[in-house]
Design a binder for this molecule. Sequence first.
Ligand code: MD3
Ligand code: FE
Length: 214
Amino acid sequence: MAAPVEIAPGCLWWAGWLDRGGQESLAEELREILIRAPLFTPRMPRTGTPFSVRMSNCGPLGWVSDETGYRYQPTHPETFEPWPAMPDVLTRTWAELAQTALAPEACLINWYAPGARMGLHQDRDEREFTAPVLSLSLGDTAVFRIGGTSRKDATRSIRLESGDALVLSGPSRLAFHGIDRVIAGSSTLLKQPGRINLTLRRVNPGDAGEIPPP
Ligand code: MD3
Ligand code: FE
């Protein structure tokens, strides 16, 4: 395992975590997942304004958003079916990089068509913040921005490329972050221009049967 680069306190970046073969097999598994759990267009709470990013999930829980709010739920918001299981490569990567005894419960799948972006936000809908969030990127390169725990804090940005892994723990777990843009045509991995980002998350506090992290 090559050494990661710490781009902000607690934000560790493994460039090229998945090699090309690993990226191709994961992309194929995701195609099958997205047939069973199709991408949906999340909407902003209250206003119903659609996100430009489309989403799905795998694992026991999935993140959804509509007029009634943001939440985690065990079923797809349009098919009402349980989310498909997480591919083994994702739970293996969590075991290697996340440094926690808690298992991941949700894997959010974000699809960025050319032009899609994600404004600066915090991830606060979980009930457990000792576990990190783990992100894996596939397809076109994205300009990722991360700041501090206050919206006013200075930010820095990096280009997340296909195969890169990012772990957000400690102070960066509640840092503001977003995707400014996706560089169409920067990767040949996917059959169409665009980007997939996967985020693995622990949602619920661990039960007493789990060993708490150090
Ligand atoms: C920093 N996704 O799904 S991944 C999200 O590329 C999200 O789709 C972006 O922000 C994407 O919520 C960024 C990197 C990432 C993920 C979660 C974080 C950075 C984070 C949580 C806390 C701090
Ligand atoms: Fe986020």
